[in-house]
Write a protein that binds this ligand. Structure first.
Ligand SMILES: Cc1cc2nc3c(=O)[nH]c(=O)nc-3n(C[C@H](O)[C@H](O)[C@H](O)COP(=O)(O)O)c2cc1C
Length: 130
C-alpha cells in the first residue's frame, strides 16, 4: 500500500516523496504531508506508531497545517487508520481531508489503485497550495 501511494504521489510531478519504514519524531517536521501506514492489532495502532506521535507531542514538534492521511491492512475491525487520523486532526491540527484507506489482509488491485489515487491527490493538493 505504501509503495502504491508513493508511486501515485510521484506521478503527480513536482514533489519529493520519501518512503520510510521508520521515522524519528524529529523527522516529521520536515514534510509537507505525512501518510501513515497503520495495520490494526488488538483494535489499535501498533506501539511504534503510538510512540512516534507521543514523542512528537512531548518534543513539541509542530505538524500544524501539514496534510495527514492514514492507511492500513486489517483483519476484522480495522480501527488503526481512523485512530491515527483523530490524533493528526485533534492533537496536531493537521489537515485531514481523506478518509482512512483500508485493505482487508492483502490489498487487491482495486485497493492498490485507490492507494495510487490517494498519493496522487495528496501530492496534487501540495502542488496547488505551493
Ligand atoms: C495478534 C494479532 C491481533 C490482531 N488484531 C486485530 C484487530 O483487533 N482488528 C483487526 O481488524 N485485525 C486484527 N488483526 C489482523 C491484522 O490487522 C491483519 O493481519 C493485517 O493484515 C496485518 O497487517 P500487516 O501485515 O501490515 O501488519 C490482528 C492480527 C494479529 C496477528
Amino acid at each position: 500500500m505504501a509503495k502504491a501511494i508513493a508511486e501515485g504521489a510521484k506521478s503527480a510531478g513536482n514533489v519529493e516523496v520519501e518512503l520510510n519504514y521508520h521515522v524519528d519524531a524529529e523527522d516529521l517536521g520536515k514534510f509537507d504531508a505525512v501518510l501513515v501506514g497503520a495495520p490494526t492489532y488488538h483494535h489499535d495502532m501498533t506501539m511504534d506508531t503510538k510512540k512516534l506521535f507521543e514523542e512528537a507531542a512531548a518534543k513539541g514538534i509542530s505538524l500544524k497545517g501539514k496534510v495527514g492521511a492514514a492507511f492500513g491492512s486489517y483483519g476484522w475491525s480495522g480501527e488503526a487508520p481512523k485512530l491515527v487520523l483523530e490524533i493528526m486532526r485533534n492533537k496536531f491540527e493537521m489537515r485531514v481531508t481523506e478518509q482512512p484507506l483500508l485493505a482487508k489482509y492483502v490489498p487487491d488491485q482495486n485497493t492498490l489503485n485507490m492507494c495510487r489515487n490517494l498519493g496522487k491527490r495528496v501530492a496534487e493538493s501540495l502542488i496547488h497550495a505551493a
